[in-house]
Design a protein around this ligand. Structure first.
Ligand code: GLN
Length: 498
């Protein structure tokens, strides 16, 4: 059954329903692959193979007794930013190297209730700060398409594990691009929903006004299957919102049933020159333009729109996100959670050394930048000013959406770079230039694969929607994927059998 990991989530569901394989066989297949191949890419921090097998066995019994939950017995894995009761939850940091969460994040509970089987916790940039998974205390992650290249970040482990065929789908989180950027680098589809669509309870906070959970899979439909149990209001997160609850898969199926050879007739795709400026790699530009042409062939109309200069957006994000992070991360003080230094002299020494030894350099840099921006003398010059620009970014998106239904752009200006390039922080931040505006405006967006560069690395197209329009984004990408095969290509590791 070597090809089980090439099946879509829908095919896995059908296979389980038709008894082509059991959940235990499926789970064992993925565990075997992880055991044999994860040494090459380091995508997992924690394995939960034993509990997974027990859950799979239980799922098989429940199914035999008539349990009809579609996702029952389908394997997945969680980014290690989500608290999992009784299971190590590190957030990629030494600070939480020994943190066994006493409770589950709401999304973990919900996915569990849907009957899915978690195979473990996935590697990530420390506290989700980074774009290439190099800041993880648990080591960098390799891109399954080419091991010398980074998988993207901060959800690098989630993307690499899916692209390697270790899990069909994985959870992830996105504060400034951390779902979409690794999706682009690893040839996957990944969606960050509208801010407030999914509970943040139990998702370790980076920048609370920007953080949002989402899903990664090979296709838009795979993403939809995992996203469905994640969404909804949660009384434990006051920023999660009661709103209509779409059925993503049903919406997709209806759209496909209605579609003729011009499925996108009437769809206006906004293209902003600001997203195609200097710094955009030629091959990425060509692949994204070719995908847009395909959308046009399938009936869409391209309209020109304007959005805020992405470099201004970048500066705004790198002021606000560290400011919020500096406040959020103050709870890690060596007293209540995780790492504590040896032999502290006094309380100040305990705080200082626990934080200096427990946090890595990128996290410390962000805490320092954020603390500076929030300090009394600089608050107005930096933080307040950035908040004002954030209003403008929101307004510019709203103005653009007066002329179009979705906005398309490259997800990242380049394909995955080599880990050995060892980017300095400022150059790494530049890679987030097209993704962060979406978080500042709270909009939903996805990245979908649109082809490979000459040296075989994936490139993604970003689709941005209006608030609450995830279904439209997923359906749009799904219809595109009905007519193209970029999402069906396999990484080098996914092609390996064990
Ligand atoms: N790369 C961005 C950062 O480092 C975004 C990270 C994220 O979305 N969590 O902040």
């Amino acid at each position: 059954m070597s090809e089980l990991h090439h099946l879509s989530t829908e095919q896995l569901i059908t296979g389980l329903q038709d008894k082509q394989f059991s959940s235990l066989e499926l789970t064992d297949h993925f565990i075997k692959r992880i055991d044999a191949l994860d040494g090459k890419i380091n995508s997992f921090i924690t394995h939960t193979s034993e509990t997974a097998r027990a859950q799979a066995q239980a799922a098989d019994e429940m199914r035999a007794q008539g349990d009809m939950r579609p996702l029952l017995g389908v394997p997945m894995a969680h980014k290690d930013i989500f608290c999992t009761q009784g299971v190590l939850t590190t957030c990629g940091s030494k600070m939480l190297h020994n943190f066994i969460s006493p409770y589950d994040a709401t999304i973990v509970t919900n996915i569990d209730k849907a009957g899915m089987i978690s195979l473990g916790k996935l590697n990530m940039d420390e506290f989700a700060m980074g774009s290439d998974n190099s800041s993880s205390y648990y080591g960098s992650v390799q891109n399954p398409w080419n091991l010398e290249h980074v998988p993207g970040g901060s959800s690098g482990g989630s993307a690499a594990a899916v692209a390697a065929g270790f899990v069909p789908v994985a959870t992830a989180s996105d504060t400034g691009g951390s779902i979409r950027q690794p999706a682009s680098f690893c040839g996957l589809t990944g969606i960050k929903p509208t801010y407030g669509r999914i509970s943040r309870f139990g998702m370790i906070a980076y920048a609370s006004s920007l953080d949002q959970a989402g899903s990664l899979g090979r296709s838009a439909k795979d993403c939809a299957y995992l996203l469905q149990p994640m969404i909804g209001h949660d009384p434990r997160d006051a920023t999660s919102i009661k709103y209509d609850m779409p059925d993503y898969v049903q919406d997709m199926n209806e759209a496909v049933a209605k579609a003729d050879d011009k499925p996108f007739a009437g769809l206006r795709i906004g293209v902003a020159k600001e997203y195609f400026g200097e710094g955009l790699n030629t091959e990425v530009n060509e692949l994204v333009r070719a995908a847009l042409q395909k959308y046009e062939e399938l009936g869409a109309t391209i309209v020109e729109v304007n959005i805020t200069d992405p470099e201004i957006t970048l500066a705004t994000y790198y002021m606000l996100a560290p400011a919020e992070a500096s406040s959020n991360l103050s709870r890690f003080d060596g007293v209540r959670f995780g790492y504590r230094c040896e032999n502290p002299k006094d309380l100040t020494d305990l705080y200082t050394r626990s934080r200096s030894e427990g946090f890595g350099p990128e996290v410390q840099r962000r805490i320092l930048m954020g603390t500076y921006a929030l300090s009394a003398g600089y608050f107005d010059a930096y933080y307040t000013k950035a908040q004002k620009i954030r209003r403008i970014i929101v307004k510019d998106f709203a103005d653009a959406f007066a002329h179009c239904d979705v906005i398309a752009s490259p997800t990242v200006p380049t394909a995955a770079y080599k880990l050995s390039e060892n980017l300095d922080p400022a150059s790494m931040y530049l890679g987030d230039v097209y993704t962060i505006g979406v978080n500042l405006a709270g909009l939903p967006a996805l990245s979908q694969p649109v082809g490979l560069t000459a040296n075989g690395l994936p490139v993604g197209l970003q689709l941005i929607g209006q608030h609450w329009c995830e279904s439209q984004l997923l359906t749009t990408a799904h219809l595109f994927q009905q007519h193209t095969d970029h999402h069906l290509q396999h990484s080098a590791i996914a092609k390996e059998t064990v």
